[in-house]
Design a protein around this ligand. Structure first.
Ligand SMILES: Nc1c(C(=O)O)ncn1[C@@H]1O[C@H](COP(=O)(O)O)[C@@H](O)[C@H]1O
Length: 161
């Protein structure tokens, strides 16, 4: 993430990866404030064994795009909402990449989805991780069906008319 101030938003990405048992690191790297460190981090990432980068930043959020420019690893960008402009600035900075330098962008503030998307990318080569992701989706389904049963006053099953 671009700043320590992003941590309250970005923690959800790390939490999702931890829930799924995916080893990960949490780092603060800024294209603006630590450009040489950012270059070094991005260039060395694949060689250090990293396989996906999740990059979150707010405002003029150049970090995800600049990382994508110096690595061929997949980069998932998280627009972090700040006090001004509610994250729209960050969203547009991250999503409007020029052709040839892709960044997969999640919704403003939705770092959990960035963690889950990173896990799905890794799971294409990891059947056990695929199973864990399927269990997580089944848990979410059971929760919503439980809520449906609660508010409707009756047992609910998927596919009930
Ligand atoms: N957008 C970037 C970059 C970058 O893109 O390299 N580096 C820091 N920042 C963002 O500046 C915001 C304010 O940072 P401070 O709270 O440290 O002033 C943060 O959301 C950070 O991600």
């Amino acid at each position: 993430m671009g700043s320590r101030s992003d941590l309250p938003v970005m923690q959800a990405a790390a939490d999702a990866l931890a829930e799924l048992g995916v080893p990960h690191e949490v780092r603060i790297v800024s294209a603006h404030r630590t450009p040489l460190h950012m270059l070094d981090y991005g260039r060395s990432a694949a060689g250090r064994g990293l396989r996906v980068l999740v990059a979150g930043a707010g405002g003029a959020a150049h970090l995800p795009g600049m990382l994508a420019a110096v690595t061929t690893l997949p980069v998932v960008g998280v627009p972090v909402p700040l006090r001004h402009l509610d994250g729209l600035d960050s969203l547009l900075s991250i999503v409007q990449m020029p052709a040839g330098v892709p960044v997969a962008t999640v919704a403003v503030g939705n770092a959990r989805n960035a963690g889950l998307l990173a896990a799905r990318i890794l799971a294409t080569a990891d059947p056990e991780l695929q199973d864990r992701l399927a269990r997580l989706a089944a848990d979410a389904e059971a929760t919503v069906l439980g809520h449906d049963a609660e508010v409707s006053g009756g047992p609910a099953r998927a596919g009930d008319a």
